[in-house]
Design a binder for this molecule. Structure first.
Ligand code: NAP
Length: 187
C-alpha cells in the first residue's frame, strides 16, 4: 500500500490482464496507538507524531494514492464499486457522545485516520456522482483478526460481509455512505 511503484505495477497488470477494474476494496489498515482496543483508553495526549504519520500513511494517504492510480481502470468497468474499510471508531458523532459504546475507546491515530478516510469516501463519491461508480465506507464490526484481537466477537467470515455487500451493490444502491451490515452509521 505504501509503495507507489507497486500501485503503478498493479495498475499495469490489471490493465494488461483485464482492461478494467470492477471492484476495489481498500482493506489494508494498521493500528499503531499501541493499546488494547478491548479496554478503555485514550492516547490523544501521548501518541507520537511518528505513530500518527505511520498510521495516516497506510490508512489514508496510501488509500487515496492507490485509488487515484486505479480510478482510470475503475471508470472502464460497467459498474465500479469502491469500498473503503473504515471503522466505527472513525465516527466523530459517536466519539462525541458520552453514552456511545465507543466513547471510552479512543485511539487517536487510528480513529483520526479513519475519520479522514470517511472524508475521502464522501468527497470521491460526490466527484463521481454522474458515473456508475459507487464509493462507500464500511465498518466490518469488531472482528477476530490480528488487529481486532482474540476478544472480538465476530469471526472473519462475518467481518467480511459488509465489504461484500458494498462491493456488489445494485445500480440503485447508495454512494457516499458509511455502513455496517446495511445500517447507516453516523459520521
Ligand atoms: N478487526 C476489526 O475488529 C476491525 C474493526 C474495524 C475496522 N477494521 C478495519 O478492517 C481492515 C482490515 O483489518 P483486519 O482486522 O483484517 O487487520 P489485520 O488482521 O491487522 O490485517 C491487516 C491487513 O492489512 C495489511 N497491510 C497493513 N499494512 C499494509 C501495507 N502497507 N501494505 C499492504 N498491506 C498492508 C496486512 O498485511 P500483512 O499481514 O502482510 O502485514 C494485513 O493483511 C482494516 O482497515 C481495519 O482498520 C477492522
Amino acid at each position: 500500500m505504501t509503495n507507489r511503484e507497486d500501485h503503478k505495477r498493479l495498475a499495469a497488470l490489471l490493465e494488461k490482464r483485464f482492461g478494467r477494474l470492477d471492484i476495489l476494496v481498500n482493506n489494508a489498515g494498521i493500528a499503531r496507538d499501541g493499546e488494547d482496543f478491548s479496554k478503555p483508553f485514550n492516547t490523544t495526549s501521548t501518541v507520537t507524531e511518528a505513530a500518527l504519520r505511520e498510521t495516516f500513511d497506510t490508512n489514508f494517504f496510501a488509500v487515496v494514492a492507490l485509488t487515484q492510480t486505479l480510478l482510470p481502470l475503475i471508470r472502464k468497468a460497467p459498474a465500479g464499486r469502491i469500498v473503503n474499510l473504515s471503522s466505527v471508531l472513525g465516527s466523530l458523532t459517536l466519539h462525541s457522545d458520552p453514552k456511545s459504546p465507543i466513547y471510552d475507546k479512543k485511539a487517536f491515530a487510528y480513529d483520526a485516520s479513519k475519520t479522514a478516510l470517511n472524508a475521502f469516501s464522501v468527497h470521491l463519491a460526490a466527484e463521481l456522482r454522474d458515473t456508475r461508480i459507487k464509493v462507500n465506507s464500511a465498518h466490518p464490526g469488531w472482528v477476530k483478526t490480528e488487529l481486532g484481537g482474540d476478544a472480538a466477537p465476530l469471526e472473519v467470515s462475518e467481518g467480511g460481509k459488509t465489504s461484500v455487500q458494498l462491493a456488489t451493490l445494485p445500480d440503485d444502491g447508495p454512494t457516499g455512505g458509511y455502513f455496517h451490515l446495511g445500517d447507516a452509521l453516523p459520521w
